[in-house]
Design a protein around this ligand. Structure first.
Ligand SMILES: *Cc1c(COP(=O)(O)O)cnc(C)c1O
Length: 224
């Protein structure tokens, strides 16, 4: 890992912003190096990979699941996951609730919104999300706790566009807070910002940044 960059990021982000170190594809030794510097919150994208890391590594690590989650993989992460950032459908949320109930857990979740210009990114539109929040079945979910929202900006160098995308997420967060979560103090997170855009995300109100390659170096996807 790059200790210098890690320390620099920690020193420059505001106190109310949490750094999630994204360790996907990286070996346990890299997680241990960051752990030795005090890092406890790590982000992962693949269910089997994070399950294995959770078994191998210190148990006080908080594992954040940030990748697209398939319903048949939920079972691997449900016993220990700290926060699922990537709830992108009502169906997925209901399945997470079902398994969380089985494990007698209340699992923290963020609702992922699609705001980027690319077609391929996962996530709710505002309309889809409103439909879910107004569905009577939503209020029956007792084993998930919605703690905020997550999103990604467009893949572009255009700073104005990136500001625009994060601003939109921030607007969504406020709208949802007012309309649905006004009485729930735990609805407070906006997970946005990665290596290339976390500074803009913080300017636009991020409370959780998910930074991988700046800390751990470029990833090799050959074995994924
Ligand atoms: C991989 C990933 C990150 C980290 O990306 P970097 O550009 O390496 O910082 C953050 N969020 C999500 C959802 C990711 O998949």
């Amino acid at each position: 890992m790059n200790q210098e960059v890690y320390k620099e990021i920690l020193s420059e982000i505001p106190e109310n912003v949490q750094l999630i170190a994204v360790s996907k594809t990286k070996p346990n030794s890299e997680v241990e190096a960051a752990y030795a510097l005090g890092q406890r919150h790590f982000g992962e994208n693949w269910a089997q990979e994070v399950k294995q890391k959770q078994e191998d590594l210190p148990k006080d690590i908080c594992w954040h699941f940030i990748g697209h989650l398939q319903t048949n993989k939920i079972k691997y992460i449900i016993p220990f996951v700290h926060l699922i950032h990537s709830i992108d459908s009502f169906k997925l949320l209901m399945e997470v609730n079902k398994l969380a109930q089985k494990h007698q857990r209340i699992v923290g979740c963020l609702l992922q919104f699609h705001v980027a210009t690319e077609e391929t990114k996962f996530g709710f539109s505002m309309d889809e999300c409103l439909e879910m929040l107004q569905d009577p079945r939503f209020s029956e979910l007792k084993n998930v706790e919605i703690r905020g929202i997550m999103g990604m900006a467009s893949l572009t160098d255009d700073q104005t566009q990136i500001h625009h995308d994060f601003h939109q997420l921030h607007d969504y967060f406020h709208l949802m807070t007012e309309k649905f979560f006004a009485n729930q103090d735990s609805f407070k997170e906006i997970s946005m910002g990665m290596t290339d855009d976390y500074k803009i995300a913080i300017e636009e109100g991020s409370t959780m940044i998910r930074v991988g390659s700046a800390i751990f170096g470029k990833r090799n996807y050959a074995n994924k």
